[in-house]
Design a protein around this ligand. Structure first.
Ligand code: COA
Length: 161
């Protein structure tokens, strides 16, 4: 049986933290579907297509990672993709409450879909997409936090980056 997992998020933009989790998950899944969506609570900087293209650039030619856009419920997308697992990263205790609630709600909606929590590498735990955007917006150096393709894309949005 092919083990397929979904890693969903807004990835606005993808950071080294997301990349770390994606590559780590390939240690126990056969195929990872990175599912790009727009969180209704957030106003994205990059379009879904731009975010998906940046993810592809960042993960290079890793054949086991597929990047797809989706809208609607994650559990429906997971079912359609043939996934049996949802991958989530827990960076700090502060992530836990929200993640726990989401995992239980997704289980309520789709009992056979398991959520797997992963611990990111220590040196990426403080990264978030919104902090990266904010630093870039005010001309700070984000080159240690994101792939060079993302640095370029941020320069396109914020000429001072
Ligand atoms: N490294 C670095 N940053 C990370 C990270 C990691 N390992 N893991 C998460 N983050 C950051 C993200 O960049 C994001 O930063 P931001 O808030 O500054 O943008 C933040 O942590 C939150 O990420 P995440 O929890 O993945 O939220 P999201 O908004 O990107 O995605 C969805 C949330 C899309 C997974 C969720 O809203 C969803 O499933 N939506 C579909 C609709 C649905 O099914 N709803 C019912 C859910 S029960």
């Amino acid at each position: 049986m092919t083990r397929i997992a979904i890693y969903a998020g807004s990835f606005d933009p993808i950071t080294r933290g997301h990349e770390d989790l994606m590559l780590r998950s390939l240690g126990f899944v056969d195929r990872l579907v990175v599912a790009v969506t727009t969180n209704l609570a957030k106003q994205p900087l990059f379009s879904v297509d731009e975010r998906a293209a940046l993810i592809r650039a960042a993960v290079g030619n890793e054949a086991r990672i597929e990047v797809r856009a989706f809208s609607g419920l994650l559990v429906d997308f997971a079912r359609e993709a043939g996934a049996t697992m949802i991958i989530r990263g827990l960076r700090a205790v502060s992530d836990f409450e929200y993640e726990y609630q989401m995992a239980l709600m997704n289980r309520h909606l789709s009992p056979s879909l398991e959520t797997i929590f992963m611990v990111p590498s220590l040196d990426t735990t403080y990264i978030s997409s919104s902090l990266v955007r904010e630093i870039a917006r005010f001309g700070g150096d984000v080159s240690g936090l994101v792939h060079p393709a993302v640095v370029e894309a941020l320069r396109g949005k914020y000429p001072r980056a």
